[in-house]
Design a binder for this molecule. Structure first.
Ligand code: ADP
Ligand code: MG
Length: 244
């Protein structure tokens, strides 16, 4: 029997069948009820493995959930808006999400929390920082079309920490191309400590920056978080408890 299950690649059943058979005997399940359970177990196992595969491919740096985000610490942030985004309808309309604010206010946490919702909703996600993305886009050892494809394919692309890396002309052009490829097709979640006025300096080209922002922001939810750093709060709490 195990041999058959393995040939048919019924992995979840292969581990759970003995327990299911035992339960069926004790509970005297009907044939229909038994078959229903067997198929459900295999389907759930497959869905779980697919979710784990998507999670690994997403390369999230934090497993930060929206449920653990303390909204009371960031009163400038609309909890209602984040919950609405968590419903994922923004993916249907290829709307972008731009999270702005100083370090430590939870931009990466929120981006990863939304990404987890998308992954659980069956969507593909890829996380990258602008530094990593720019490096890949200008890497001469890789085929540019394949690099662009890698970043244009996932349903959600997170570009984190826009602002800490100045881009070369070539990198700026490639980033523009990527934003254009995804425009009105699939969402970008972007985090930045910069104001939009500073993008000209970031890309080294005001005209290109205007064109890029035009596409990025045409269908976008812009969320500015003007609050205190959660990292500093944790730090201060630790210092206080040490002093006491
Ligand atoms: P940013 O990306 O804005 O610099 P992060 O999202 O990396 O900030 O947040 C820094 C750390 O603080 C992370 O570990 C994050 O999970 C945590 N954090 C930030 N804001 C909150 C919050 N409001 N509630 C709970 N944890 C938070
Ligand atoms: Mg961050």
């Amino acid at each position: 029997m195990l041999e058959l299950l393995s040939q048919l690649r019924l992995q979840a059943l292969a581990t759970q069948l003995p327990a299911l058979l035992e339960e069926a005997r004790v509970q005297q399940w009907s044939y229909e009820a038994f078959l229903q359970r067997v198929l459900t177990v295999e389907r759930d196992g497959r869905q779980q493995r697919a979710l784990e595969r998507r999670c690994r491919a997403a390369r999230l740096p934090l497993t930060a959930r929206l449920e653990t985000f303390d909204f009371s610490f960031q009163p400038s942030l609309s909890e209602r808006l984040i919950h609405e985004l968590a419903g994922l309808s923004f993916l249907q309309t290829a709307t972008n999400v731009v999270l702005l604010g100083p370090p430590g206010v939870g931009k990466t946490h929120l981006a990863c929390g939304l990404a987890l919702k998308a992954l659980e909703g069956g969507q593909s996600v890829l996380f990258t920082s602008l530094r990593e993305l720019a490096g890949r886009l200008a890497d001469r050892s890789e085929r540019p079309d394949l690099v662009l494809r890698r970043y244009s394919q996932p349903k959600v692309l997170i570009i984190d920490e826009v602002g800490y890396t100045r881009l070369s002309q070539e990198q700026s052009q490639a980033l523009f191309e990527l934003v254009t490829m995804r425009y009105e097709r699939s969402s970008i979640i972007l985090t930045s400590n910069l104001s939009f006025a500073e993008w000209g300096a970031l890309l080294g080209d005001d005209v290109l920056a205007t064109a890029l922002l035009d596409r990025l922001l045409h269908h976008a939810e812009i969320i500015s978080i003007n609050g205190r750093s959660y990292r500093m709060r944790q730090r201060m709490a630790a210092d206080q408890s040490r002093a006491a």
